[in-house]
Design a binder for this molecule. Structure first.
Ligand SMILES: NC(=O)c1ccc[n+]([C@@H]2O[C@H](COP(=O)([O-])OP(=O)(O)OC[C@H]3O[C@@H](n4cnc5c(N)ncnc54)[C@H](O)[C@@H]3O)[C@@H](O)[C@H]2O)c1
Ligand SMILES: [Zn+2]
Ligand SMILES: [Zn+2]
Length: 362
């Protein structure tokens, strides 16, 4: 099958022929229908994070089940599924405590053992699977706990966005931060993740939703999706602007960029008792600083991993929200591209031209 392979870090993606295995007892073979281009892939390509190479990247996808292993009863061939990198074992202390996205056995129980044949290979050489998925490929071979069955009425190119960006943004609002109706929210960064957090804040009933970005077209889209106010951080001090708009600061700030400066801004724009939730992937080795005295005013700084999801519960709900019109995904797909155009998708992301590019497979 065709797949986009990262051969070195930093590096670019090469479209290559890769071999995929047969499903083991608890594995599912999925024909990829669509895969979103998320900034997290780019962080690895740019060397801000590391991963063993060669690897097939991609982690935001939906598809159709082709074959299942002998012990799989949850899905059958023909079922429509969304994949999720938050593969869970179901029995570690984090899973049994409800924190499935923090599962402790991801690296041991949800992958094949080193002496088993690899899920992905290239002429006999191991090709690493990225985050349990490797979505930039015509097929995926995943553990059954890395997918959820969905309503077949859901268009799969829209469903793909739920695989990472939407679940991360909505989950950060609903599960990590638990935004309450009437609260004031700021979201820094209006790409796929930030726009999803804005939609989450709208659905949660926030009163003021302030979108912050440096690109005018992103701020326009943010308003279409639920922002009540916008701040152009290319020309304005974002912290002061948010404080002015809210008479002192927001209850909740979400950072959806992945940088030290914006993470610190998210804390600085809080009212007393407020919470900053950093979603962006801050580069390895980078520290985030807060003024210690601010802690006296009960301000909180926290992270969110994939929106603290319980994705088999959350994703079908998000599908329903799309089908009933509350969750707007058509507006978030700026471009559909082929696998061969994947580097163009990342170039558009770097240039800030798109909310999301989605790869659609034939
Ligand atoms: N925590 C998680 O589980 C998780 C999951 C998915 C993605 N992420 C991370 O979330 C971040 C956002 O991902 P994305 O796919 O939406 O990226 P994206 O590139 O599509 O969007 C980032 C946005 O930030 C804006 N921006 C850049 N610098 C800014 C600044 N100084 N002030 C305000 N806005 C600024 C850009 O214009 C762009 O609109 C990335 O760091 C990604 O790795 C984290
Ligand atoms: Zn992602
Ligand atoms: Zn677990």
């Amino acid at each position: 099958m065709k797949a986009a392979v990262l051969n070195s870090i930093p590096g670019r993606l090469d479209i290559e022929e890769v071999q995929i295995g047969e499903p083991g007892p608890r594995e599912v073979l999925v024909r990829t229908a669509a895969a979103g281009v998320c900034h997290s892939d780019l962080h690895f390509m740019e060397g801000k994070y590391t991963y063993p190479c060669p690897a097939v990247l991609g982690h935001e996808s939906a598809g159709v089940v082709e074959a299942v292993g002998s012990m799989v009863s949850y899905v059958r061939p023909g079922d429509h599924v969304i994949t999720c990198l938050s593969a869970f074992c179901g029995h570690c202390s984090q899973c049994t405590d409800g924190h499935l996205s923090l599962c402790e056995n991801k690296a041991t129980e949800l992958v094949r053992r080193p002496d088993d044949p690899p899920r992905l290979s290239r002429d006999g050489e191991v090709v690493n699977q990225f985050l349990h998925l490797s979505s930039f490929a015509e097929q995926m071979l995943v553990h059954e706990h890395a997918l959820v069955r969905i309503d077949p009425d859901m268009p799969l190119d829209r469903a793909a966005l739920i695989g990472c960006g939407v679940t991360t943004g909505l989950g950060a609002v609903f599960r990590t931060a638990r935004v309450a109706p009437g609260e004031a929210v700021a979201v820094i960064g209006c790409g796929g993740i930030g726009l999803s957090a804005i939609q989450g804040a709208r659905i949660a009933g926030a009163n003021r939703i302030i979108a912050v970005d440096t690109v005018a077209s992103k701020l326009e889209l943010a308003q279409e999706l639920g922002a009540t106010h916008v701040v152009d951080a290319s020309s304005t001090d974002a912290v002061q602007a948010v404080r002015d708009l809210t008479g002192g600061g927001v209850h909740h700030a979400f950072e959806a960029v992945g940088a030290k400066v914006t993470a610190e801004q998210s804390f600085q724009m809080l009212r007393n008792g407020g919470q900053a939730t950093v979603i962006g992937m801050i580069p390895l080795g980078t520290t985030v600083e807060v003024a210690g005295v601010e802690l006296l005013y009960e301000k909180r700084l926290t992270g969110s991993n994939m929106g603290s999801n319980q994705f088999r519960t959350d994703m079908p709900r998000f599908v329903d929200m799309y089908l009933d019109g509350r969750l707007k995904l058509d507006e978030m797909v700026s471009k559909t591209i082929s696998l061969e155009q994947i580097e163009d998708g990342f170039a558009d992301m770097r240039a800030g031209n798109v909310a999301r590019s989605v790869i659609v497979f034939d």
